[in-house]
Unconditional design. Structure first.
Length: 607
């Protein structure tokens, strides 16, 4: 760190000497100097080091983009709590398995919370299995083990829990917030046109509970996900799956000693006992000295993870994460025009030999989805394109995937939802309740089709239904063509129904089960590449670039979900309030030009 600040000071002094800048500019220059110098500081991997994964840090598909202020805070923070990319974590774990300086892996749950999605957790889990095969110890410790965290924790060779801790084994649930009664109370009318018995995306705005169809599909989905979880844990702990189901049925929670007796965890331990074990592993003998460890981010930087020979062939990994909207979209959305341009540039780039599209989206605008899908189809004509489905790739997320050369999904990916709906709001009753009214003139019966002053009449609803039916027919036809399935079969498994990755494989909606790395390997094989390197898109800007853009007056979009770790540790009331805000903010993503949406039935909060 001392050399780091020497470098900062040297850069700062040089810039001051060669520029006639004012105080404000000098401050900016100083910040830029810090950013520039930080790039040159490469951590060292000392002998007898443990790779530590903080379970509270969200593992996302791509590295989250942060604004300059957040980046600077992370630079000087004692602990980096920002999210980390999936490939960085898996790559670090797999490389550490072969690194003689790394003597073990520590899964640290002491900071509380587990915000990583189920599908991403499975991919990290496979990397941990690779590490375990090296024979090096894996120590996992948590005060309270949730089911999500156990997906990683049970891969450890030493699984421990705090004496006052507990293990959650109470099954999965999906709970939705229904605002139908609230909107009705305040005079906001909502009309829905749809195709698909299971296409229930608008239910939270029109009902007070699940429809029978939605309850059926959600139950089937959760049973699939729960089955995958139980099989994984049972195999890890070498116990019968019925024993885990019995715990879920009878108690749901195990106290620390009970968890040991049921063989869910290995032992009860205090934090200092775990630290003593890690100090022993890293050969630290001083009582006041901490064990030697390194984070995946620091380790990736130290070993220059994923930095390959740029003279080799390139495989482009493109991240499509968030709701699909028309136009450019913001940092949390998939802008149809923006992603289509990214794919178009890669299509014309002769250095790019194959493309992997990583999809993590509940869908959204039908028009924007079609714009993206068209580019996927055009890429397929010139070079291989493989889709890797993350935690969710449903509805519009499936639309943009269906014409790829191959689709790879995790067993617990949420996918399918082949259906379309239209959402029509009106404020007539709200206006009446407050002595307000609209009036106007028009030259044709359908001139005010998009008005919110009244509900749609029968003729208008029929016209909108015609558009929705046409989009649905196109959706089904494209799936049948892209997946080489009879259209009758597609109509049977469509109807807006969601499926797990396992069920989607059985139905022919995906080609095989696996993660992002499997999709990359498949793309390389299809392109007949012997050596390659991976370039990720969209590229994340460096801190220097962000500061320069900010100084030039370019507004940068912040990451609305950068506080996901804080959300994981929030109280129940805070979480519900945050959830309500998210549900309401999602309304901003409904910007399809004709009001037609291919969107997941609900925002699945699986716990």
């Amino acid at each position: 760190m001392r050399s780091f600040f020497k470098s900062v000071l040297a850069s700062f002094t040089a810039l001051v000497l060669f520029s006639g800048l004012g105080i404000v500019s000098l401050t900016a220059v100083f910040i830029l100097s810090i950013a520039s110098a930080s790039k040159d500081v490469r951590p060292e991997v000392e002998n007898n080091t443990v790779l530590t994964i903080d379970l509270s840090i969200p593992i996302q598909d791509a590295q989250a983009d942060v604004n300059p202020g957040e980046a600077l805070q992370q630079l000087f923070a004692d602990r980096d709590t920002s999210s980390i990319s999936l490939r960085m974590v898996t790559g670090a774990i797999e490389q550490a398995a072969e690194d003689p300086n790394i003597v073990g892996l520590y899964l640290d749950g002491t900071n509380g919370g587990f915000a990583t999605g189920l599908a991403n957790a499975l991919e990290v889990r496979r990397a941990i299995d690779t590490f375990r095969a090296s024979g090096k110890p894996i120590i996992a410790y948590n005060r309270d083990w949730s089911e999500r965290a156990l997906v990683l924790g049970t891969a450890a060779t030493e699984l421990a829990i705090d004496p006052l801790g507990s293990v959650e084994l109470n099954g999965l649930r999906s709970e939705s917030l229904f605002l139908g009664g609230t909107l009705e109370k305040y005079g906001v009318g909502v009309q829905v046109v749809r195709v698909g018995d299971y296409k229930s995306a608008a239910e939270p705005l029109t009902r007070k509970n699940f429809s029978p169809e939605n309850r059926e599909q959600t139950t089937a989905l959760l049973n699939d996900l729960w089955g995958t979880f139980v099989e994984t844990i049972a195999a890890d702990r070498q116990i019968d799956a019925t024993a885990i189901q019995a715990i879920a049925d009878n108690t749901g929670m195990l106290m620390a000693e009970e968890a040991v007796s049921q063989k869910i965890v290995d032992r009860v331990a205090y934090t200092d006992e775990i630290e003593a074990r890690l100090k022993e592993l890293t050969e630290i003998t001083e009582l006041d000295e901490p064990f030697r460890d390194i984070s995946p981010k620091a380790y990736a930087k130290a070993i220059q993870l994923h930095e390959s020979d740029r003279d080799a062939d390139e495989i482009a990994v493109v991240y499509a994460q968030g709701a699909i909207v028309s136009g450019e979209g913001d940092g949390d959305q998939i802008g149809g025009d923006r992603l289509a341009k990214e794919l178009r540039d890669l299509r014309f780039d002769d250095d790019v030999k194959a493309v992997v599209l990583r999809v993590n989206s509940p869908g959204g605008s039908a028009a924007a989805s079609e714009v993206i899908k068209r580019e996927v189809a055009l890429i397929s004509e010139t070079k291989p394109i493989v889709v890797s489905m993350g935690n969710v790739a449903a509805s519009g997320g499936y639309w943009i995937s269906m014409v790829a050369d191959e689709i790879v999904a995790e067993p617990n990916t949420i996918t399918g939802s082949i259906g379309v709906f239209g959402l029509l709001f009106n404020l007539e009753q709200l206006a009446t309740n407050n002595d307000a009214a609209w009036d106007g003139v028009q030259t044709a019966p359908f001139a005010n089709l998009d008005t919110v002053s009244r509900p749609k009449n029968a003729a208008e609803l029929a016209l909108i239904q015609k558009f929705i039916d046409r989009i649905y027919s196109q959706f089904v036809s494209e799936v049948a063509k892209g997946r080489d399935l009879p259209e009758a079969k597609v109509r049977e498994i469509a109807r807006g129904r969601v499926w797990s990755g396992t069920a989607a494989l059985d139905n022919g909606l995906v080609d095989r089960l696996g993660g992002l790395e499997m999709a990359i390997a498949s793309a390389a094989e299809r392109a007949q590449l012997e050596t390659w390197y991976v370039e990720e898109y969209p590229r994340t800007k460096t801190l220097e670039e962000k500061i320069i853009e900010r100084l030039e007056g370019i507004r940068l979009g912040g990451n609305r979900h950068s506080d996901s770790n804080a959300s994981a540790n929030a109280s129940a009331i805070e979480r519900e309030w945050q959830r309500l805000q998210t549900e309401l903010s999602d309304l901003a993503s409904f910007n399809d030009p004709i009001g037609a949406y291919t969107r997941l039935p609900q925002s699945f909060e699986i716990d």
